[in-house]
Design a protein around this ligand. Structure first.
Ligand SMILES: [Zn+2]
Length: 111
């Protein structure tokens, strides 16, 4: 949506420039060209500004909507990776792995 608005704005501005050139070249009646070019330029600037603003808002609000568990997608606090269940599961898993590592080292050194 933001990208489309930006392109639309650029297109309108290009159209306004083209109209002014056409008016200067005498291809189109000059009286009508100026009003048309002004309208096209205003629509173009508005669309361009809206596109940029939408893009900015989207970039700012994305981290807010990202607050979801990496495993099950449940809503969580900002800055966290897992929900409480998966956080505990990950902690247990890590603890288990560390314990296994220690046991393996002990059994290896006793040999
Ligand atoms: Zn989860």
């Amino acid at each position: 949506m933001a990208g489309f608005l930006r392109w639309f704005g650029i297109l309108c501005l290009a159209g306004a420039v083209w109209l002014l050139l056409a008016g200067a070249g005498g291809w189109v009646a000059e009286g009508r060209v100026e009003a048309l070019a002004r309208t096209a330029a205003m629509v173009g600037i508005a669309a361009l500004a809206a596109g940029i603003a939408l893009g900015f808002v989207g970039r700012v609000s994305r981290p807010l909507t990202k607050g979801r568990c990496a495993k099950c997608g449940v809503r969580i606090e900002r800055g966290q990776v897992y929900c409480l269940d998966h956080l505990l599961a990950t902690v247990d898993e890590t603890r288990e792995r560390a314990r296994n590592e220690v046991c393996r080292r002990r059994s290896g050194s006793s040999r």
